[in-house]
Design a protein around this ligand. Structure first.
Ligand code: FE
Length: 245
């Protein structure tokens, strides 16, 4: 089985939110898709261990905000890599309350859908949850974020509870074998010496060869020469949270 084949599947990136008895929860998802038009229904896939999953099932409702291409990375960091049990993800976030009772995040959103749960299907690690859309709005004309753009720009992988998670070491094995194949064929491939640094909080990878243009770090800047004030562009963790990959 070729794991990289899974990366050829196209997705967007969405912020799913719900609220039950005053407890708000939200997470970032790529598996959100329309499954019927009459009535309009969306499907989402939620890991059973996620705090948000129980809130969605208990409240019987959820919202989907479609994220824009130039998304505020703090939203990705907080909603994608932190747990609602540890931080209040909605602090400082602009959101409205939908008809379903779910919070609807407006920051970095181009459109939203307010949904009532009509069915959930047990898939083992995840529930596939079907929601009927009861309200929507378009927020801006900005381009929506695609999963491919996110992965290429930020070199990020799916977090462990994502339905599309692939163990990184297995992917690296495939990449390594491609490099070896290309070298055998005398293709001009520069083997990178491999020193990259990974954020222990969110999994962002700092590649010295490319620097970090989002944080004003020039290509070719060794990790050791990053300023002490350097922060992970995704989750805002300091340098001390990075370790050699
Ligand atoms: Fe990080």
């Amino acid at each position: 089985m070729k794991l990289k084949a899974f990366h050829k599947l196209s997705y967007g990136l969405y912020l799913i939110a719900a609220e039950h008895q005053g407890k708000k929860a939200g997470y970032i998802a790529n598996t959100t898709f329309q499954v019927t038009s009459e009535p309009p229904q969306l499907a989402i896939s939620c890991h059973k261990n996620n705090f948000s999953t129980q809130i969605i099932l208990d409240s019987g409702a959820f919202s989907v905000s479609v994220l824009k291409k130039e998304v505020n990375m703090k939203i990705i960091g907080d909603f994608g890599f932190m747990s609602s049990t540890d931080i209040n993800k909605f602090s400082g976030i602009n959101y409205i309350k939908g008809q379903s009772g779910s919070p609807i995040v407006m920051d970095s959103s181009v459109a939203w859908f307010d949904c009532k749960v009509v069915k959930s299907i047990d898939l083992g690690t995840h529930y596939l949850i079907i929601g009927e859309v009861i309200d929507t709005d378009e927020v801006s004309d900005d381009e929506p974020l695609t999963y491919q753009y996110y992965r290429e720009k930020y070199k990020m992988y799916s977090p462990k509870n994502s339905p599309t998670y692939i163990e990184k070491s297995k992917l690296d094995d495939e990449v390594q074998s491609i490099i070896v194949e290309e070298r055998d064929g005398e293709t001009d491939v520069t083997l990178f010496d491999g020193k990259k640094y990974i954020c222990a909080i969110c999994g962002f990878v700092y590649d010295p060869e490319e620097g970090d243009p989002t944080m004003g770090i020039a290509a070719g800047t060794p990790f050791e020469e990053l300023p002490e004030s350097y922060r992970c562009p995704i989750c805002n963790a300091g340098k001390e949270y990075f370790k050699e990959e």
